[in-house]
Design a protein around this ligand. Structure first.
Ligand code: UP6
Length: 257
C-alpha cells in the first residue's frame, strides 16, 4: 500500500467514496484534511474558502455549531464543489443500530443527506455498520481503530478486530482512523491520521501531535490538521504549507508518484 500511487490505489478501492478521495488527492496533489472545528457557520465557510484549494477533505463536527441552518450545508457543498474537496462529518457514531440510524439520518443535522464520509466507532460491532448502510449505501465510512489522545483505553486486540471488521465491509469502508500502518496489504483502504501539528506536541486536554513527516512515515494517507491551521494568522498560507510538507513527505514514500 505504502509505495503505490493514489491513482493506482483508486483502482483497488471497493468503496466509491474512497475511489473519489484517492482521485481528488492525486489530482490536487494533497493529503491534507482540515478539521473545521469552529462554532460559527460563517467562520467555517470562510475557512473552507481559504483552505479549499489545498485540501482533499474538510472534516466537521456539525454539533458544535451555534447557528446551524440547512443553508449552511447548501453553501458548504457549493464551496466543496468549486474547490473539489469531500465533506466528512466526524460524528464518531457509537450506539445500537437503531439509534445510530436515527442519529445519522434524522434530527437537526440530517447527516446522511450531505456527508460523503463519516467516522464510526467499531465498539458496537457489525450492527452499527449494517444500520448505516441500510440508511445510505453510497457512504464512505472511516472506522476508528486507534485514537490520538493520551491514556486512551484502546488495546491491540480492539485495533486488530476493528481492521478485521473493516475488511468484511469492503464496499462501505473508505478507510481507518489510526496512528500506525495497520493494513499494509490492503491498498484500497485509506489511513486517516489526526493529531498533526508543526509547532506543538500536545494540547492541555490530552491531544498528542506528531509532525507531518512523522505521520506520513507512520502510514497516513491523509493527515488531519485542525488548530495547526485554524489558529494561524495566515490560514491560507498555513494550509498551503501543510499541504506542501505532507505531499513532499508522501512523494518520498511513494516510489511511482
Ligand atoms: N480527532 C483527533 N484524534 C482522534 C480522532 N479524531 O484529534 O483520534 C479529531 C478531533 C479534531 C481533530 O475531534 O476534530 O481530529 C484534531 O484537531 P486538532 O488538530 O485541532 O487537535
Amino acid at each position: 500500500r505504502l509505495s503505490l500511487s493514489f491513482t493506482k490505489r483508486a483502482t483497488y478501492a471497493k468503496n466509491n467514496m474512497a475511489k473519489k478521495l484517492f482521485n481528488v488527492m492525486a489530482k490536487k496533489e494533497t493529503n491534507l484534511c482540515v478539521a473545521a472545528d469552529l462554532t460559527e457557520a460563517t467562520d467555517i465557510l470562510n475557512l473552507a474558502e481559504q483552505v479549499g484549494p489545498y485540501i482533499c477533505c474538510l472534516k466537521t463536527h456539525i454539533d458544535i455549531l451555534q447557528d446551524f441552518h440547512p443553508n449552511f450545508i447548501k453553501r458548504l457543498k457549493e464551496i466543496a464543489e468549486t474547490h473539489e474537496f469531500i465533506l466528512m462529518e466526524d460524528r464518531k457514531f457509537a450506539d445500537i443500530g437503531n439509534t445510530v440510524q436515527l442519529q445519522y439520518s434524522q434530527g437537526l443535522y440530517q447527516i446522511s443527506s450531505w456527508a460523503s464520509l463519516i467516522t464510526v466507532h467499531s465498539l458496537f460491532g457489525r450492527s452499527i455498520l449494517d444500520s448505516i448502510i441500510e440508511s445510505n449505501d453510497d457512504i464512505g465510512v472511516f472506522l476508528i481503530a486507534e485514537v490520538s489522545s493520551s491514556n486512551n483505553l484502546i488495546d491491540e486486540k480492539y485495533t486488530t478486530e476493528t481492521i478485521k471488521l473493516g475488511l468484511s465491509y469492503e464496499s462501505s469502508i473508505a478507510g481507518v482512523v489510526c496512528q500506525n500502518p495497520l493494513f499494509r496489504d490492503f491498498p484500497g483502504f485509506l489511513q486517516l491520521t489526526p493529531g498533526v501539528q508543526l509547532d506543538s506536541t500536545k494540547d492541555n486536554l490530552g491531544q498528542q501531535y506528531n509532525s507531518p513527516e512523522k505521520v506520513i512515515e507512520n502510514g497516513a494517507d491523509i493527515a488531519v490538521v485542525g488548530r495547526g491551521i485554524t489558529k494561524s494568522a495566515d490560514i491560507a498560507g498555513s494550509a498551503e504549507q501543510y499541504r506542501r510538507v505532507l505531499w513532499d513527505a508522501c512523494k518520498r514514500r511513494i516510489s511511482e508518484c
